[in-house]
Design a protein around this ligand. Structure first.
Ligand code: PEP
Length: 252
């Protein structure tokens, strides 16, 4: 039985004072509503200590959006997993398509981050997903297979419990276009089968696979009703309580 896992990726939004205010609203909403799923938020690096302080007595996971592939040293502008853990962050998103696209993160770089995070006993949400061009040229499966195989290279079976996959078709991120629940289910079912072939049926069946790409209150239920959709990675609609609360209470 896979527990639903809804994550909010704040991207480069919310100043520390805005983040603190929003985290307090989220905390209050959690006290006033019954939430059946696991909830995570991923603020920017500078927001993290403030959000952790506000959410410390709650069950909300606070995650980084990215991390360096080194633990320390001469890497100007980078943030290491050791630094994250020191402030109480034990989860990170890796391989988001914006990192792949705008910061040239390759499957190899992403894999080195995945392995380092696991080595540091952190949890990872590994993002995968095709561009519109790749989908339209029939390369969906090829892309997902490559991203999973390369992203998880060297990851041992017993480390897979710290991995969540997020299937995020690039053409659906921040565009208002959502993959249909059927498309998401099909792609995620395929991703699960790749994990099964790399590991085992048991590991694949226990793996949480989130869908990401313009998830909102109006489509979350239909997406979550699908067999292979175990959660959501939400960008734009995770930034205000009015939009995020209906998503994290989708199963009420
Ligand atoms: C994301 O950032 O991972 C994302 C899916 O964004 P949005 O929900 O805004 O499409």
């Amino acid at each position: 039985m896979r527990r639903a896992y809804i994550a909010g990726n704040w991207k480069m939004n919310h100043t520390p004072s805005e983040a603190k205010k929003f985290a307090s609203e989220l905390k209050r909403a959690l006290e006033e509503n019954k939430i059946d799923c696991r909830v995570m938020v991923a603020p920017s690096f500078v927001d993290l200590p403030y959000v952790i302080e506000v959410l410390k007595d709650t069950e909300i996971t606070v995650s980084a959006q990215n991390m360096a592939n080194h633990t320390s040293g001469a890497y100007t502008g980078e943030v290491s997993p050791i630094m994250l853990k020191d402030i109480g962050v034990y989860t990170t998103i890796l391989g988001h398509s914006e990192r792949r696209m705008y910061y040239s993160e390759t499957d190899e770089i992403i894999n080195s981050k995945v392995r380092l995070a696991l080595n540091e006993k952190m949890e990872v949400i590994l993002c995968i997903g095709e561009t519109l061009e790749e989908r339209e040229s029939g390369k969906l499966k090829e892309v997902l297979k490559r991203q999973i195989e390369k992203g998880l290279e060297g990851v041992k079976s017993d480390e897979m419990k710290a991995i969540t996959l997020a299937y995020e078709p690039v053409w659906a991120i921040g565009t208002g276009k959502t993959a249909s629940p059927e498309d998401a289910d099909e792609a995620q079912g395929y991703a699960r089968s790749v994990v099964e072939s790399l590991y085992s049926k048991d590991i694949a069946e226990n793996l949480i696979i989130q869908y990401g790409g313009s998830v909102k209150a109006s489509n979350v239920k239909a997406l979550m009703a699908k067999e292979n959709v175990d959660g959501a990675l939400v960008g734009g609609a995770s930034l205000t309580i009015d939009q995020f609360l209906p998503i994290i209470t989708f199963n009420k």
